[in-house]
Design a protein around this ligand. Structure first.
Ligand code: NAD
Ligand code: MLT
Length: 311
């Protein structure tokens, strides 16, 4: 009997393939403390996580029988890939299932920033009728800078084009031909900083993207730029963002992800020009079902030596 531990909340309907397998035992134990996880991980051949479980080198060292780690989502920055590969453990993700949900949240952020929807909603709920304070801007004819033109960035671009925005994208790994197919202009990151009215980030967090948006980047931006991050905390340097908001360089920022999560002691949460959601990009019924189905299928195939795609 092979054993799989599910240590985050993952759609059980989506996990059907594993739950119904006669020769696989699935233990669902979300919210384990790190020490508890370390104590029990040695019993398992498979580990299935979302983003809350931090699969550190320490955990991997204790995972003596682990063959595969599945991530129900795209980002694998909560897993120590180097430690896993040193120990011969495969890491499999579910890269497609939450693309649309995250693109839709990103677009909702762009619209909320344009029209001050969260701030004016919050005022009115408190009995404050303030029509003068909340004059917004149109999206029509504005330049949207998209940093990272992969799955999510491309879906955001499609939606922005329907709103007649001009798309200026930066992604060192896509070709002019792909840009042409998408009907967007591919530029440099400096062009985005200097020309964009709105900027939205859709890269993974890597050593190249860590603090990609720092003091220097803000110093180049158009005054009044609106900036959204539904990718990963740490791509924007939060300290520099605070300063840029206070100086009026950034008119509004919309954040779904943070350097430290939850960011409960971050001054950004209290800033009137910051719109915040608690890492909800992939939190739709559809996305959670999709990623669970995909990762369950991949883990099943891996454990049964069948062909698999996303390792
Ligand atoms: P993807 O791999 O399809 O696209 C990422 C793109 O970023 C690629 O085209 C890649 O070439 C580009 N890129 C890599 N390094 C870059 C750099 N230095 N500068 C500019 N571009 C660079 O991934 P995706 O599905 O579009 O997801 C993007 C990221 O969004 C994920 O890595 C994940 O961290 C994050 N995400 C967040 C949520 C959420 O809940 N908020 C949900 C899904 C994904
Ligand atoms: C991802 O990388 O897929 C996201 O962070 C979504 C999640 O919260 O799992």
């Amino acid at each position: 009997m092979q054993k799989i531990l599910v240590s985050d909340t993952i759609s059980e309907i989506g996990l059907k393939k594993l739950l119904e397998a006669k020769d696989i035992q699935v233990d669902i134990k979300p919210d384990l403390h790190t020490d508890e996880l370390k104590n029990i991980i040695g019993q398992y051949q498979g580990l299935l996580v979302r983003s809350q479980t931090k699969v550190t080198r320490d955990i991997i060292k204790a995972a003596k029988n682990l063959l595969v780690i599945g991530r129900a989502g795209v980002g694998i920055d909560n897993i120590d890939i180097k430690a896993a590969s040193e120990q011969g453990i495969a890491v499999i993700n579910a890269p497609d299932g939450n693309t649309i949900s995250t693109a839709e949240l990103s677009f909702a952020m762009i619209m909320s920033m344009a029209r001050w929807i969260p701030q004016s909603h919050s005022d009115l709920k408190q009995g404050i009728w303030n029509r003068k304070k909340y004059v917004g801007v149109e999206l029509n004819n504005k330049v949207l800078g998209i940093i990272g033109m992969g799955r999510i960035g491309s879906e955001v671009a499609k939606r922005a084009k329907a709103f007649h925005m001009h798309i200026l994208a930066y992604d060192p790994y896509i070709t002019q031909e792909r840009a042409k197919q998408l009907g967007i202009h591919l530029g440099t990151i400096d062009e985005i900083f200097t020309q964009a009215d709105f900027i939205t980030i859709h890269t993974p967090l890597t050593k190249d993207t860590k603090y990609l948006i720092d003091e220097k980047a803000f110093s180049m931006m158009k005054k009044g730029v609106r900036l959204a991050n539904c990718a990963r905390g740490g791509i924007i340097k939060e300290e520099a963002l605070m300063k840029a908001l206070d100086e009026g360089v950034v008119e509004v920022a919309a954040l779904d992800v943070y350097e430290k999560e939850p960011p409960l002691d971050s001054p950004l949460l209290k800033h009137p020009k910051v719109i915040t959601t608690p890492h909800l990009g992939a939190s739709t019924q559809e996305a959670q079902l999709n990623v669970a189905i995909d990762v369950a299928q991949e883990i099943y195939h891996y454990l049964k030596n069948l062909p698999f795609k996303n390792a």
